[in-house]
Design a protein around this ligand. Sequence first.
Ligand SMILES: [Fe+2]
Ligand SMILES: [Fe+2]
Length: 259
Amino acid sequence: MSIQVNGTTTVRELVGQYPQTRKVFETFGIDYCCGGGKCLVEAAQANQGDLSTLIVAIEAAIASPATAAVAAEKDWYAAPLHELVGHILRVHHVYMKEALPKVKGLVRKVLHAHGAHHGDMLQRVHGLYQALDDELSAHLMKEEAILFPYIVAAEAHRQGASERPAACFESVESPIHQMEHEHESAGRTLVEIRTVTGDYRLPADACPTFRALYEELVRMEGDLHQHIHLENNILFPRAIAAESSRPSAVVRLSGGRAV
Ligand SMILES: [Fe+2]
Ligand SMILES: [Fe+2]
């Protein structure tokens, strides 16, 4: 089923049915992971962008064939939940656990070397990054220790392979709402870092370490968007729908893909 793209189409519908539109949203600075529920009018307004230009770019992305990498992506709307959880852990949690301390070291080095000329800006980046590091490290741990094992065990239980998993919450919606809240907070911090650095514009006296810091932060931002997209738009709605045995909004919005 194809989607008629207009101002009321949501970002989540588009990234669900046409993964290649993620690139368009990245280009327009539109948050497709935490802000997936926004319609295109709201998304364009939030970024002071032009709606018709955005729609033209989305239609062009939909009309063009997906890149080999996008086409080769697994259909996470249909794969077993334990496979999706495994993918998030292998690809995104492993990356983040390597990247967080690496970038922390770069922030410190650049602040030390360039503090004399760019101290105000670098001190703010240092403070924001420290908050991001603390929050994400704890967040990954909570998902790995509590939420993800529960989702995997609940799926096995529904398939008759194991006992109903014990949990310290009544419904999986409770820890999921907490994780979504933390995603929004991390996303806001990355937006602040982008703003403070002038969209990662390097100063004229930037050294290679300064450049490496900005490159790593941009990479981290892109990876986190994809990571949160998989959790907010696919894993969490599917886990909630499976628990309550009712069709999820994502299933309807993404053109009837199976859960
Ligand atoms: Fe995660
Ligand atoms: Fe998460």
